[in-house]
Design a protein around this ligand. Structure first.
Ligand SMILES: NC(=O)c1ccc[n+]([C@@H]2O[C@H](COP(=O)([O-])OP(=O)(O)OC[C@H]3O[C@@H](n4cnc5c(N)ncnc54)[C@H](O)[C@@H]3O)[C@@H](O)[C@H]2O)c1
Length: 327
C-alpha cells in the first residue's frame, strides 16, 4: 500500500462497482478506494453489502494499528466506499465493474447478465475468476469487447500483482484502460491469454502437483518439501522469475539437468524445445549476453551485486519476522 493510496475521491474520480463483496471483492474494493476511486459494494442483499462495508472499515482500523495501511486509510475508505442496495444500483453509473462472486459458472453467468443489463454500454466489466475461461464467462455480456479477467491475488490489499486476461474479442482499449486503472491503485499487471488456469494458477498448481507426488511417493515429508522450497529456489522468486533464474544459472546447465530428468520422467520433464533451441544457437543465458532475457555483458556485475544484496536483505527480513506460526 503506497502513501498515494490515501486519496479521497474527487468529483472526477473513477466510479467503480464491486459485485460480490466477500473476501476478494472486499479487498479489491479497499485497494481501489484507497487509490482514489469512488467504489460501490454490492452483494446478494443490501444487508450483506452493508455488513461487508462495516467489516472493511473495522479491518482497515486494524491494518492501520498494525502499520499495514497508512494512517488515515479508514477515513479515506469512509469517503470513497459505499454499500449499494443491489447490483443494479451499484453498477448503474460505474466506469469499471469487478465481479467477485463464487467460482460457480451458473452464479457467474447470472451475475454477469444482471451487470450487463444494468451497466452503461461503455462500462468495462472484469471478472476475478481464478480459473474459468473468460470467453466462456463472456457469453451473457453485451458488448463483450469490454469484458476481461482482472485477477487479483489473495490477500489483495497486500499482493502487488494482478493477472489481466483478455478473451479473443476483448478490445485493446479495454485492456489498456484496465491496466491504467490497476496501476493507479499501486499494483503491477501482466497480460496473458485466455486458457484454463491462465498463467498464475497453471504455474502454482504445477509446483503443487509435483510437491504432492514427492510426498505421496515418500520421497520427502510435506514439511521438508516446504522447507526446501522456502530456503532454496523459492528464496529467489520475489526477485527473479523462472526465466531470469535459468539465464543466470546457464541454459547449458539446464539442458544437462533435463537430460537426467527426462530419462526417468519422460512425460513430465522432456527438454522444452524453447530451451534446446537457445542452447543450439549458443545463447546460454547471462554469461553469453543472450538467453530468454538479454542482459548486456556490461550490466552483469550490477545484476550480481543486486542479487546478492537482495538475498541478504531477504534473510534479514525473515530473521526480523521470525518463522511463520505454522507449527
Ligand atoms: N479466495 C481466494 O484466495 C481467491 C483468490 C483469487 C481469486 N478468487 C476468486 O474470487 C472470486 C470470489 O472469491 P472469494 O474467495 O472472495 O469468495 P467469497 O465467498 O468470500 O465471496 C463471494 C461473495 O459473493 C457474494 N455472492 C454470492 N452470490 C452472489 C450473487 N448472486 N450476487 C451478488 N453477490 C453474490 C457472496 O455473498 C460473497 O460475499 C471467485 O471467483 C474466486 O475463484 C479467490
Amino acid at each position: 500500500m503506497t502513501e498515494t493510496a490515501t486519496t479521497p475521491a474527487s468529483a472526477s474520480a473513477r466510479k467503480i462497482a464491486i459485485v460480490g463483496s466477500g473476501y476478494m471483492g472486499g479487498g479489491i474494493a479497499q485497494v481501489l478506494a484507497l487509490g482514489g476511486a469512488r467504489v460501490a459494494l454490492s452483494d446478494v442483499s443490501a444487508e450483506v453489502a452493508q455488513n461487508n462495508y462495516d467489516r472493511l472499515l473495522v479491518e482497515s482500523d486494524q491494518f492501520v494499528a498494525d502499520g499495514l495501511f497508512p494512517a488515515g486509510s479508514t477515513e479515506i475508505l469512509k469517503q470513497n466506499l459505499w454499500a449499494a442496495k443491489d447490483i443494479e444500483e451499484a453498477v448503474a453509473d460505474a466506469d469499471f465493474i469487478e465481479e467477485a462472486v463464487p467460482e460457480v459458472m451458473e452464479i457467474k453467468h447470472q451475475t454477469l447478465s444482471r451487470i450487463s443489463a444494468a451497466a452503461r454500454a461503455d462500462a468495462i466489466i472484469g471478472s476475478n475468476t481464478s480459473t474459468i475461461s473468460i470467453a466462456e464467462l463472456s457469453r451473457p455480456v453485451s458488448n463483450p469487447e469490454r469484458f476481461l479477467g482482472v485477477h487479483f491475488s489473495n490477500p489483495s490489499p497486500f499482493i502487488p500483482g494482478v493477472e489481466i486476461i483478455p478473451h479473443a474479442g476483448t478490445s485493446a482499449s479495454t485492456v489498456g484502460a484496465v491496466r491504467e486503472l490497476v496501476h493507479a491503485a499501486g499494483k503491477q499487471t501482466a497480460v496473458v491469454k485466455d486458457v484454463t488456469g491462465f498463467v498464475l494458477n497453471r504455474l502454482q498448481y504445477a509446483l503443487f502437483h509435483e510437491a504432492a507426488q514427492l510426498v505421496e511417493q515418500g520421497i520427502a515429508t510435506a514439511d521438508d518439501v516446504d522447507t526446501l522450497v522456502r530456503t532454496t529456489f523459492g528464496f529467489r522468486l520475489p526477485f527473479f522469475g523462472p526465466f531470469a533464474i535459468a539465464d543466470m544459472a546457464g541454459l547449458d546447465v539446464y539442458n544437462f539437468c533435463y537430460q537426467s530428468l527426462q530419462k526417468d520422467f519422460p512425460e513430465r520433464f522432456a527438454t522444452p524445445a524453447i530451451l534446446s533451441g537457445l542452447v543450439e544457437a549458443g545463447k546460454l543465458g547471462t554469461k553469453t549476453g543472450a538467453g530468454f532475457l538479454n542482459v548486456p555483458a556490461d550490466r552483469i556485475p550490477e545484476l550480481i551485486a543486486y542479487r546478492n544484496k537482495a538475498y541478504v536483505a531477504m534473510q534479514k527480513l525473515l530473521d526480523e519476522l521470525g518463522p511463520a506460526p505454522l507449527g
